[in-house]
Design a protein around this ligand. Sequence first.
Ligand SMILES: *[C@@H]1O[C@H](CO)[C@@H](O)[C@H](O)[C@H]1NC(C)=O
Ligand SMILES: *[C@@H]1O[C@H](CO)[C@@H](O)[C@H](O)[C@H]1NC(C)=O
Ligand SMILES: *[C@@H]1O[C@H](CO)[C@@H](O)[C@H](O)[C@H]1NC(C)=O
Ligand SMILES: *[C@@H]1O[C@H](CO)[C@@H](O)[C@H](O)[C@H]1NC(C)=O
Ligand SMILES: *[C@@H]1O[C@H](CO)[C@@H](O)[C@H](O)[C@H]1NC(C)=O
Ligand SMILES: *[C@@H]1O[C@H](CO)[C@@H](O)[C@H](O)[C@H]1NC(C)=O
Ligand SMILES: *[C@@H]1O[C@H](CO)[C@@H](O)[C@H](O)[C@H]1NC(C)=O
Ligand SMILES: *[C@@H]1O[C@H](CO)[C@@H](O)[C@H](O)[C@H]1NC(C)=O
Ligand SMILES: *[C@@H]1O[C@H](CO)[C@@H](O)[C@H](O)[C@H]1NC(C)=O
Length: 490
Amino acid sequence: MKFLFIIQLIIIYCKKFAQNSDLRVVCYYTNWSLYREAMPTLYPDHIDPLLCTHIHFAFADINPLTLAITPTEDHDIHWTDRLGMPLYLRMYGLKRRNPSLKIILSVGGWSARSKGFNAVLRSDNNRAKFINQTIAFLQEWQFDGLDLDWEFPGSRDRGASADSKIKFNILIHELRQTFEDDAIRINKTNRLLLTAAVAADPKKIEQGYIIEEFCNSLDYVSVMTYDYHGKWDSVTGINSPLYRSHTEVENHEEWKNTNSSIYYWINQGCAASKINLGLALYGRSFTLASTQNTSIGASIVDGGGEPGPYTKEEGILAYFEICQKLRAHNWTTEWDEGSQSQFAYSDTGQWVGYDSLRSATLKVIWSKTMGLGGAMLWTLDYDDYTGLFCNRGEFPFTRRVHETMFDSILTTSTISTTNQSHTTTTPIRTSNSSIYPKLNRTNKPNFVLVVAPSHRTKMVSDSRMVNHAGDHLKYKFFLLFFLSVFHFFK
Ligand SMILES: *[C@@H]1O[C@H](CO)[C@@H](O)[C@H](O)[C@H]1NC(C)=O
Ligand SMILES: *[C@@H]1O[C@H](CO)[C@@H](O)[C@H](O)[C@H]1NC(C)=O
Ligand SMILES: *[C@@H]1O[C@H](CO)[C@@H](O)[C@H](O)[C@H]1NC(C)=O
Ligand SMILES: *[C@@H]1O[C@H](CO)[C@@H](O)[C@H](O)[C@H]1NC(C)=O
Ligand SMILES: *[C@@H]1O[C@H](CO)[C@@H](O)[C@H](O)[C@H]1NC(C)=O
Ligand SMILES: *[C@@H]1O[C@H](CO)[C@@H](O)[C@H](O)[C@H]1NC(C)=O
Ligand SMILES: *[C@@H]1O[C@H](CO)[C@@H](O)[C@H](O)[C@H]1NC(C)=O
Ligand SMILES: *[C@@H]1O[C@H](CO)[C@@H](O)[C@H](O)[C@H]1NC(C)=O
Ligand SMILES: *[C@@H]1O[C@H](CO)[C@@H](O)[C@H](O)[C@H]1NC(C)=O
């Protein structure tokens, strides 16, 4: 009996692990780092292919005249002097080190608005033409699927046609059907995947998707659970809070958190296992009206925070830039219990609400308790891909998400031994960015596809690790252990 009980427990845990293997870490990759100054470029082949289960190459456009998918960059598909091998092929090369990695082409994006999608939806013929050309293009470049990033179907203010909700649904049905037929036709076991990035705002969701059918036809949807607060607001707020902050008072703000958006998708009929939780590897920043009030909901000066030294966009700081602010510029960090989120500010009145490793870990654990299918990260090139800014190795954010998603037991045991006194990071003395490597723009890239095995750092050694999450898992772990021992000796 005792043995049986223990074996049962082991089976339960093995099942848990087996289920875990279906979870997803979906990572977006954009070309944006190619144009950052004084910063090495993140080439596709520099991505650690073991950190993501899916990589979405963002973005390609839809040409409204030819209805064909068109790369946005010459060097996506052409050999060029500066970048050598086409970026699509350099991305494909990652499969040598992780054959189960899926690489998916993403079309649309915020700046593409709705023109291409509108054109595709205009008639049955147009849809057929688009689908036909899309399959050919995906196969030519050996993508594993298509990701639709329409921001947003049904949003008239973003140029979407009035009937786009119904027609988008038809397009998705047809795409899915054609992908299935195509797999049978060419006798392939792996059908092309069909996915989408979707809105977090109930109003936009209502306008844009026939939710249940939409989720059923797609392999997964990534909810963009961020951009809840930013420079368009009149007070400070967190880019991607898990819960509602206590300092948020107005009623109409109630939906502006991850918890409520994900519940909305599920309550409207989307299977939880189809949903990826969106994680932002950037913060949204503000300039405080007064350095005296640094709380969430504090007054700000119009126009967002100062641009980051690398990403150079007002009101936005990449995760690696935030690391630099914390370590090199001695920003103060604070944790907001209510929304379970992190913010930081300087003594000069700059303020940013962002996802730290702590809040990201909490969210991933939360997503697992909700039974979601995975997480989506926007984007890899906002992570500290050089490892020089956060001093935690390369891709610290993505690595933490992956570890939390897949190794909860291991993570647990490490969390329990974590010593709080390691919390403080030593600030870098230099207050300028010259300590970071400069990009030699005339340099020919290095064509080696298989990069050296990246130094996977030891299991979680981050002491700012969530006590919360840790305690929860620790509890389960010890309960299991205790029960086993108890039943064994009974
Ligand atoms: C990079 O990709 C975006 C789409 O994400 C595209 O609009 C842009 O033209 C590309 N090139 C540059 C130089 O940013
Ligand atoms: C696309 O259309 C061409 C010409 O009509 C046809 O030969 C081809 O089989 C179609 N491809 C797919 C994937 O349907
Ligand atoms: C499809 O693949 C299977 C296994 O690889 C093979 O036995 C079968 O003959 C193939 N059928 C066609 C139509 O190519
Ligand atoms: C999360 O959202 C659900 C549904 O809106 C709500 O019932 C629940 O109270 C929320 N949780 C927290 C902690 O706010
Ligand atoms: C800061 O601003 C918030 C929101 O307006 C307010 O509730 C709080 O009392 C202010 N704190 C201080 C110290 O002024
Ligand atoms: C960093 O800020 C803290 C207070 O927030 C201050 O005590 C400390 O001296 C500062 N360190 C440096 C190196 O400026
Ligand atoms: C943490 O480390 C410090 C110094 O390394 C030590 O003094 C302290 O006892 C440790 N705390 C725990 C809980 O292990
Ligand atoms: C940045 O630091 C370098 C050396 O560390 C120094 O030569 C340079 O003058 C500094 N630049 C600024 C703007 O402080
Ligand atoms: C940049 O690379 C070229 C070619 O490898 C080299 O000749 C040049 O000295 C480099 N410039 C700098 C500033 O490192």
